[in-house]
Write a protein of this length. Structure first.
Length: 320
């Protein structure tokens, strides 16, 4: 299969060795995204044919690196015997600029502006010769996202390439939500993970001037959730079991608080925490219980009575 990116880079490298070319070269680490793809331009024998196309760029995209690719004899069809290309009404390329495979590639960076730029293709050849035009644009590339897994409310750093410098032109998408970054450089984006992002595996993308990166898989931490407590009332130092989700199996990564008092955790799993009621003044009724895991805190309104009476929970539900 013919590689657009590799061919383009190879052509630029050879040109740089052969002559002091003024064309701005693309870096090897950058990737290209198909921005525009024409329908085949088909000739009829004995006549020149003219096709007018427009390269349409959204504001900001004119600053990105662009590649024009013309294929003579597209999809295995016959080749035109002569081709003329003009850009914005000025001669730009001819049949002599196509390689032996019928490919013409050229760096359009800085040569077209935002909006519509006219490109005209004229071709002469046998009946059924196909010419096709494509325009590629550099796309943002994500190389890493840290820290992993991501936690709601945490500052997240995206490393990569081609992010630009204009914060307003960049959007980060995750879990079906799109949001603005805190800070942007060409190789780094910082953002804060918002609330209500579904936990688990998610695809993160970066958009720069409406050009999307390839998806990058990340893991999102779950906010701990208390679904049940096995006691309604008990004295200090009595064990209670909290059932739920989003807990850490490492007891040290969880924190359970009864009001302002921190409980001693005896054991933990992703769905259960066994702890001791804190040594605190009592009797005390309607004491709120919260679980924090990796800095994320449960939101359920659950209360406990600290009293000498030991009263098991016979099935009273926890409010959502």
């Amino acid at each position: 299969m013919y590689s657009t990116k590799n061919s383009f880079y190879a052509a630029l490298a050879l040109a740089a060795l052969a002559t002091a070319s003024t064309k701005p070269a693309l870096a090897q680490a950058e990737e290209l995204f198909l921005l525009q793809d024409s329908k085949p331009m088909v000739t009829r024998a004995g006549a020149w044919h003219t096709w007018n196309h427009h390269i349409n760029l959204k504001p900001g995209q004119e600053k990105a690196k662009l590649l024009l690719r013309l294929t003579n004899g597209a999809e295995g069809r016959p080749k035109a015997s002569d081709i003329k290309v003009s850009l914005a009404g000025k001669p730009y390329a001819g049949i002599k600029d196509f390689d032996g495979n019928g490919i013409y590639e050229n760096n359009l960076t800085g040569k077209v502006g935002a909006g519509n730029t006219l490109i005209t293709v004229q071709a002469f050849g046998p009946s059924g010769a196909w010419v096709k035009m494509q325009v590629h644009i550099e796309r943002p590339v994500i190389s890493s996202v840290q820290p992993q897994p991501l936690g709601v409310g945490e500052d997240i750093t995206i490393e990569g390439n081609s992010f630009g410098e204009a914060k307003d032109a960049v959007r980060v998408s995750l879990g079906g939500k799109q949001f603005k970054p805190l800070n942007v450089t060409g190789k780094q984006i910082r953002f804060k993970l918002p609330a209500k992002i579904e936990a688990g595996s998610q695809a993160l993308t970066v958009s720069v001037n409406a050009v999307n990166s390839a998806p990058f898989n990340v893991q999102v931490r779950a906010t701990p959730k208390i679904k049940n407590i096995d006691m309604l009332s008990s004295p200090p130092q009595h064990p209670v079991i909290l059932s739920g989700s989003g807990f850490s199996a490492n007891a040290a990564e969880n924190e359970v608080k009864f009001g302002d008092y921190k409980a001693q955790i005896v054991s933990a799993s992703p769905s259960s925490i066994t702890c001791l009621v804190p040594d605190m003044p009592f009797p005390k009724w309607h004491v709120p219980i919260k679980v924090s895991t990796h800095g994320l805190t449960s939101a359920e309104k659950i209360f406990f009575n600290v009293d000498m009476r030991v009263i098991p929970n016979e099935g009273i539900p926890i409010p959502n």
